[in-house]
Design a protein around this ligand. Structure first.
Ligand code: GLN
Length: 298
């Protein structure tokens, strides 16, 4: 194997380093080698796509070459690009990540879409819309909703103080700090309602499935945010009745579902006296991904 450093030595052009990295990632079986190479070289050189194109022929400095090499080693060991960058875009907004947060997935934008559709048809219970996000992680779902719903107030919970710090930092960076608060507790235990919307992307992978996930997920996403217990439904069992108690009459619970889980989640919602909406919202792959139910007025 050609030593990595040779491709990224000082004196090589930005363009040749980017191509060399893409080729290395491809031969290592990494899924999107060209995209990842562009993102990693761009981040190492602090250049956006335009900068990469306009400076393509510029030669690398020694320090730049070393930074690219360091990122390349991490990606070749299957660390996700978002972890190497420490950031990921979700709903078109920038989010910082930490070891206690999932990398937000595009699938999860389905939860935001459904929550917004439901919100447009809601009669708000108080002076301003109130939203809760159970197991907020980086704050991605909550902050996307607050960004879209001017005047709404939101609270995110998490068991992890590290995640809550990341979420708080993200709220501040997005200019949403005055409308978001973050609380350490189990599910919604420390919250008092009523909320118009309660959202959650809880851990839902059955414990025994975790070792079968990709290295990117099983070695780099926090297991607290993945592990849904024996059958994958532990979190839904705990959070659904708590959410039902804290919803305003007419308010809605919207949760992300793992593949094949929507029906069973609906059953848990019905058991908590919520009224399930007609059908789950599918993600870009056509998988039922976001499930919702309403609290009926007494
Ligand atoms: N969507 C993630 C995955 O499939 C799991 C996230 C979760 O458990 N909520 O890897």
């Amino acid at each position: 194997m050609v030593p990595l450093a040779a491709d990224f030595e000082p004196g090589h052009s930005i363009e040749s380093a980017r191509r060399a990295l893409a080729a290395r990632l491809q031969s290592a079986g990494i899924e999107q080698p060209a995209l990842d190479a562009r993102l990693l070289v761009g981040a190492a050189l602090r250049l956006d796509l335009t900068g990469l194109v306009t400076q393509a022929a510029r030669q690398l400095t020694a320090e730049e070459a070393a930074r690219i090499e360091a990122s390349a080693k991490r990606r070749l060991a299957h660390e996700p690009v978002a972890r190497i960058l420490g950031a990921r875009e979700f709903w078109g907004l920038p989010f910082q990540l930490s070891e206690a947060t999932l990398v937000p997935r595009p699938d999860t934008e389905t939860v935001v879409e459904l929550a917004l559709e439901i919100f447009r048809g809601l009669t708000i219970s108080g002076p301003r819309p109130r939203i809760a996000d159970i197991g907020t992680g980086s704050g991605a779902i909550l902050l996307a909703l607050l960004h879209e719903i001017p005047g709404a107030f939101g609270v995110g919970t998490d068991l992890s103080l590290t995640a809550l710090k990341t979420a708080r930092d993200n709220a501040a960076a997005l200019g949403l700090a005055d409308r978001a608060s973050f609380v350490a507790c189990s599910y919604a235990a420390a919250l008092r309602g009523p909320f118009d919307l309660i959202v959650s992307n809880p851990p839902y992978i059955p414990s025994a499935e975790i070792p079968k996930l990709s290295i990117e997920v099983r070695e780099h996403d926090p297991h607290l945010a993945l592990d849904g217990g024996n059958d994958g439904y532990d979190a839904y069992r705990a959070l659904t009745p708590q959410a039902a108690e804290r919803l305003a009459p007419g308010g809605a619970l919207i949760v992300e579902a793992g593949q094949g889980q929507a029906r069973n989640i609906e059953t848990l919602m019905t058991a908590a006296a919520l009224v399930v909406d007609s059908s789950p919202k599918v993600d870009l792959a056509g998988i039922p991904r976001a499930v919702s139910a309403r609290k009926m007025p007494p």
